[in-house]
Design a protein around this ligand. Structure first.
Ligand code: AHR
Length: 346
C-alpha cells in the first residue's frame, strides 16, 4: 500500500513537472513569436547619395526605421539609377516585406513595378520626390516638400530684392543650374522660376542640369561664364550646385555677392542643410536659400503606424518650409494671398 502511495506521488510529481516544462516552452515560443510578429519589415529604396541633403535624409530614415523602433529595414541605395531602384523593389516584393518605401529619382516609369507591389498586397509609401503614375491607388501616400512653392517663393524673393535695389526687370539676367532632369525637385523649382521670368520679363540666359552635385554645378557654371558676360543672378537648384558654382565664379575672377549693381554675381539656392552653404549664406556668398527639409524618417514612421492601425493617412503630406537669407532688408515675401517671413541668418 505504502509502495502504491509512493508510486502515485512520484507519477503526479512527474506529470506536474512535464506540464510545467511544456507550458514554459509554449510560453517562450509564443513570446518570441509575438515579438517576431511585432517587427515590421520595410524595404527602403533610396535613389542615391548625390548631395548633403540626401545623406541627411538617408540617416533620418535609417534612424526612424530602426530595430529599436520595431523595424527590420532592408535598405537599398539606387546609385542614381532608376533600373537599380526597380530591381530593389522587385526584391522587396519577393521577400514579402510589410511595406515598401520609395524615394524615386525621377517621376516617370514606375507604373509596372508599383502595380506588382499592389498585386502582392504590399503598401507603398513615396517619400521626397513624387511618382507620375496613371493609377494613384498604386501607392498609399506621399510625404515631402512642395518644390514648386519653394521655387515660387525664391522667385518672389528675387523680385522683392531687385525691386528694392531699383534694378529693372529687363536687367535681370539669370543663369539657371537645374537639378536632375525629370525629378520633382527640378520640375517644381524650374516651374517656379520660369513662371516668374514670364511674368516679370526676366532674361533666363541659360539652363542646364547640374544633377544636384557640386562637381556638375562647377562645370556648368564655368561653361555659362565662358558664354555670357552679363550674368547677374545664378539660380542653383540645390546647395551643392551653389557651392560648385561659387567656386567656378571665383576661379573666373568675378565676385560673388548680392551687390549686383556693382558687378557682383548673386547666387541663390535650395536646401539649407549643408553647413558650408549656411556659412556662405552668412558671408553673403549665397544670398537666399529656400529650405528643403530632409528629415522624413519620423514622418514615414508615423505614416506606417497609421497604416498599421488600419487608418487611412492623407494621400499627400506636405512639409512646411521657410526661406533663409542674410540680406536683412527683405523680411518677408508674398505669394498669392500668403505672406512668408524670411529667416534672417547672421
Ligand atoms: O529631392 C530633394 C532634392 O534632392 C534636394 O534639394 C537635393 O539636394 C537632393 O539631391
Amino acid at each position: 500500500m505504502k509502495k502504491t502511495v509512493h508510486l502515485t506521488a512520484i507519477l503526479l510529481l512527474l506529470a506536474t513537472f512535464l506540464v510545467a516544462c511544456r507550458s514554459s516552452t509554449v510560453s517562450e515560443t509564443s513570446t518570441s513569436a509575438e515579438s517576431e510578429k511585432k517587427m515590421i519589415t520595410v524595404g527602403f529604396s533610396q535613389l542615391g547619395a548625390e548631395s548633403d541633403w540626401r545623406s541627411t535624409n538617408t540617416d533620418s530614415m535609417l534612424e526612424a526605421l530602426s530595430k529599436e523602433n520595431g523595424y527590420t529595414l532592408i535598405y537599398k541605395n539606387g546609385q542614381q539609377k532608376q533600373a537599380n531602384q526597380v530591381t530593389a523593389l522587385r526584391m522587396f516584393i519577393q521577400q514579402d516585406v510589410d511595406y515598401i518605401v520609395l524615394a524615386p529619382e525621377t517621376e516617370t516609369g514606375w507604373d509596372f513595378v508599383l502595380k506588382e507591389a499592389k498585386d502582392a498586397g504590399i503598401p507603398v509609401i513615396i517619400v521626397d520626390r513624387r511618382v507620375d503614375v496613371e493609377d494613384r491607388s498604386l501607392y498609399s501616400c506621399w510625404v515631402g516638400s512642395d518644390f514648386e512653392l519653394e521655387g515660387t517663393k525664391m522667385a518672389a524673393w528675387i523680385h522683392e530684392y531687385t525691386q528694392f535695389k531699383g534694378i529693372a526687370d529687363e536687367d535681370v539676367h539669370i543663369a539657371h543650374i537645374q537639378g536632375t532632369l525629370g525629378s520633382t525637385a527640378q520640375l517644381g523649382r524650374t516651374r517656379g522660376l520660369q513662371n516668374a521670368a514670364r511674368e516679370y520679363g526676366w532674361n533666363i540666359l541659360a539652363q542646364e542640369s547640374g544633377d544636384f552635385t557640386e562637381v556638375r554645378g562647377k562645370e556648368v557654371m564655368s561653361s555659362f561664364l565662358r558664354q555670357y558676360d552679363n550674368i547677374n543672378i545664378v539660380y542653383c537648384e540645390n546647395d551643392n550646385e551653389a557651392i560648385g558654382a561659387i567656386s567656378a565664379i571665383e576661379a573666373f575672377g568675378k565676385k560673388v555677392g548680392p551687390d549686383i549693381e556693382n558687378g557682383e554675381i548673386m547666387v541663390v539656392s535650395f536646401d539649407g542643410i549643408n553647413q558650408d552653404a549656411m556659412q556662405y549664406l552668412r558671408e553673403g556668398k549665397i544670398s537666399c536659400i529656400a529650405e528643403c527639409n530632409p528629415l522624413h524618417g519620423p514622418r514615414v514612421q508615423a505614416l506606417i503606424e497609421m497604416l498599421e492601425k488600419g487608418e487611412e493617412p492623407e494621400k499627400y503630406n506636405y512639409v512646411a518650409e521657410t526661406l533663409f537669407s542674410s540680406v536683412s532688408e527683405i523680411k518677408s515675401i508674398t505669394v498669392g494671398d500668403k505672406t512668408y517671413d524670411v529667416d534672417i541668418v547672421k
